[in-house]
Design a protein around this ligand. Sequence first.
Ligand SMILES: NC(=O)C1=CN([C@@H]2O[C@H](COP(=O)(O)OP(=O)(O)OC[C@H]3O[C@@H](n4cnc5c(N)ncnc54)[C@H](O)[C@@H]3O)[C@@H](O)[C@H]2O)C=CC1
Ligand SMILES: O=C([O-])C1=[NH+]CCC1
Length: 317
Amino acid sequence: ETMAEPPVIIWRQEVESVLRYRDLVPRLEDALGKFSRRDSAEVVQPVRTAVPLQKHRGFMGLMPTYMENDGVLSTKFVCFYKREKGSTLPAVQATVVLLDPERGNIKAVMDGEVITAMRTAAVSAISAKLLMASGAEVLAILGTGTQALSHYTVFTEMFSFKEVRVWSRTKENVERFVRSVGGGVKGCGSAEEAVRGADVIVTVTGSTEPVLHGQWVKAGAHVAAVGACRPDWRELDDVLMKSAVVYTDSREGALSESGDVILSGAQVFAELGDVINGTKPAEREKTTVFKSLGMGVEDAVSAQLVFDQWTAKETKP
Ligand SMILES: NC(=O)C1=CN([C@@H]2O[C@H](COP(=O)(O)OP(=O)(O)OC[C@H]3O[C@@H](n4cnc5c(N)ncnc54)[C@H](O)[C@@H]3O)[C@@H](O)[C@H]2O)C=CC1
Ligand SMILES: O=C([O-])C1=[NH+]CCC1
């Protein structure tokens, strides 16, 4: 019997050097569609297990996924925390493990932070591509952390907004963000100022209370809501949740993890994959919310892409 090769380790800088949005986006669209078909030969992906780290006000999320037809088996370990204002500790830390589905050995262990930042932002951009009104001109981002930056990058790469606005809890954070993207973004003094009249709104905060209020949101706007991934955490208020057509990545995920969905009592209209598969409509003219929780299948296709590109680079003479 032959021994399996030892796992390769692909760390942050290498992931950064091989992963590109233009390669990632089509793979994620394909994965979202496959997930929503609920065919176990395509995707087996249980709802994330979240182990509370009570002492540290966080959770360890375990996100196993198997794509039988594609031969991809993976799991992500993601620790996420509720951080105090001024904390220098990271809010999210992640590692992705890729396995051989036949033998069960680990093929690769890779950094999961870049994957998490990029695949989450890419899926939000896919939601905007499908659900924002045509002729959208103004983008508003609430939050200035890791996800704010990846969302800014892919949204400005895929679309041409005339104006991008950003708001965060502190003036310093807003200024730092504006500097880090090299200007071209309008820093705002309040969330309301940032979102009034915006066509697309991205919420990427660590808040556990609503930061976006329906009263401020323009009719027909599209909201990609990325934070608040616990059943008792909120980012959006009831007014917005009840007046919008609500889309999610996973219905089961939203009904077990999204405080915005569960506590507002809003109905989930469709998954993004349903829209991609053409089984549910994209209500572009209406106010839409895409409630993102994050799925293992997104990490699986991202990790496979990193592995393939890393392998091709390593074996090049
Ligand atoms: N849906 C998904 O797939 C994913 C969701 N997330 C979630 O997205 C959120 C952002 O993640 P990162 O950018 O990595 O975190 P981060 O810590 O880098 O950034 C968080 C931002 O939110 C702000 N913030 C924190 N508490 C706030 C409050 N009470 N009110 C207003 N702003 C507040 C911070 O000042 C910072 O600008 C987190 O809730 C995280 O759990 C993260 C990864 C994937
Ligand atoms: O999907 C993901 O990686 C996460 N969702 C919420 C925190 C991390």
